[in-house]
Design a protein around this ligand. Structure first.
Ligand SMILES: Nc1ncnc2c1ncn2[C@@H]1O[C@H](COP(=O)(O)OP(=O)(O)O)[C@@H](O)[C@H]1O
Ligand SMILES: [Mg+2]
Length: 423
């Protein structure tokens, strides 16, 4: 089974690309379901069919579903939410406000991502295509269920055991509503489900995440940040789809500036997402809706070849390595990136205002959006290890790093005083 997840900023074409991918997979004979978890559903518009919260057959081998957020939340979060509701109301919160407040940030999205696990468990599908808009915080919650556990324990500072002992006393002291036993079951179940969803999504043999972009600077920046966080949390990203590229045969001079800017921005995309393969999708003459146009879109993205396991099979893993890795070693945080075959003597590291790190080696340039944790640290040097460049961040201000470590023969070290370069 494969899970293909498309993510990106609103309006870039996630739903269209997801739908086109699903159409292609179904054509190849895979039992395919396409699921939209973005609260701004448009899967139905894309297929030009009515798709609801029930799984619906759209074509041979093809099913679709638009997640019903309220239902999902109730399913995974219902008991917890109902207790919070009662608790907030008891504290004097207005009923409607209490209801709103009892949905914790990120919960909606999280609950909708859990549907993936449900579909995977059903065994009914070979391919699950997800039209998602996961934000950094959701991925973080998902990637470290312990964080969720920690939050929940902060919010509910009583445990099942404490509760069993303290309930009689607490009930006498106050009329504060107390959680029942099934409340704790509910939280446990929620966290277990998160763990399973996370395991599915971070397994590179099962899942591939794909970033959808348009060749526009702001969109690229946002895509880069998403990419950095996906890498940071260990989700396998295997390609980038750049959608809405002006066709070259568009000759109207009115579009010259646009075409020029797009060509420049494509270069930015290559710098930001190296070494991932980049799929280019032209701007169509019209909106991409209905099966025939989705099929046409699939042809432009994946090529016309209809062979399982071949070039045009979207279920393949387009990139199998680790495009960006962050780990802790010898008192450093290490950002590790793959290197092309370039002259390895001249590495230049430079930091830009956007918490970006620009790596330049000869003519090769790479643009990395730094996660917050690294952005505030100083860079102390870089090492070549196998085919990768490892950039060293001082893990804590005040940490002593022996300078001999930086000049051993084994490593080619490039010390750079980057802190001064920050604008
Ligand atoms: N390559 C394209 N050419 C023309 N129209 C497109 C293209 N990609 C997407 N669209 C249209 O743009 C709109 C937004 O696309 P959509 O896939 O819904 O974006 P998202 O899901 O990222 O918000 C839709 O009307 C869709 O038909
Ligand atoms: Mg959409």
């Amino acid at each position: 089974m494969r899970i293909l997840l498309y993510t990106g900023k609103g309006g870039v074409g996630k739903t269209s690309i997801s739908a086109a991918t699903a159409v292609r997979c179904a054509q190849l004979g895979y039992r395919t379901v396409v699921l939209s978890t973005d609260p701004a559903h448009s899967l139905g518009d894309s297929f030009d069919m009515r798709i609801g919260s029930e799984i619906k057959e759209l074509a041979p081998n093809l099913w679709g579903q638009e997640i019903d957020l309220l239902y999902q939340i109730d399913r995974y979060w219902g008991r917890v939410q109902r207790y919070l509701n009662v608790l907030f109301a008891w504290q004097g919160m207005d009923g409607l406000v209490a209801e709103e407040a009892s949905i914790l940030p990120g919960m909606e999205e999280l609950a909708s991502l859990m549907q993936i696990t449900f579909l995977a468990d059903s065994g009914d599908y070979d391919v699950i295509v997800i039209d998602a808009a996961p934000t950094g915080s959701t991925l973080q919650l998902l990637s470290v269920p312990d964080i969720a556990r920690w939050y929940l324990e902060k919010i509910f500072p009583f445990h099942r055991k404490t509760m069993q002992v303290a309930r009689p006393v607490l009930t006498r002291l106050s009329d504060m509503p107390l959680p029942e036993d099934d409340f704790f079951d509910s939280i446990e179940e929620l966290i277990r489900f998160m763990e399973r969803t996370n395991r599915l999504l971070s397994d590179a043999d099962i899942s591939s995440m794909r970033v959808v972009l348009n060749p526009e600077k702001m969109v690229i920046k946002e895509g880069q940040r998403a990419y950095t966080y996906l890498n940071l949390y260990g989700y396998p990203v295997d390609s980038v789809v750049v959608n809405r590229i002006f066709p070259q045969d568009l000759t109207d001079s009115y579009f010259d500036l646009w075409k020029h800017a797009q060509a420049e921005n494509m270069e930015l995309v290559r710098e930001a997402f190296y070494p991932l393969p980049i799929f280019e999708v032209p701007l169509f003459e019209q909106e991409v809706t209905g099966l025939p146009l989705l099929q046409q879109m699939a042809d432009t993205v994946f090529g016309a070849e209809l062979v399982r396991g071949g070039q045009g099979d979207p279920t393949q893993r387009y990139y199998a390595g680790k495009p960006q890795e962050i780990f802790h070693e010898d008192g450093y945080y290490v950002l590790s990136i793959p290197l092309p075959l370039v002259d390895r003597e001249q590495v230049h590291l430079h930091r830009s205002v956007y918490d970006e790190l620009v790596v330049r080696i000869g003519n090769w340039k790479r643009n990395i959006s730094l996660p917050t944790g690294l952005a505030r640290l100083d860079i102390d040097g870089a090492r070549y290890v196998d085919d990768r460049l490892n950039i060293l961040f001082k893990s804590q201000a005040g940490d002593e790093i022996a300078s001999e470590d930086l000049t051993t023969d084994r490593w080619k070290i490039l010390r750079s005083k980057l802190s001064g370069h920050r604008a």
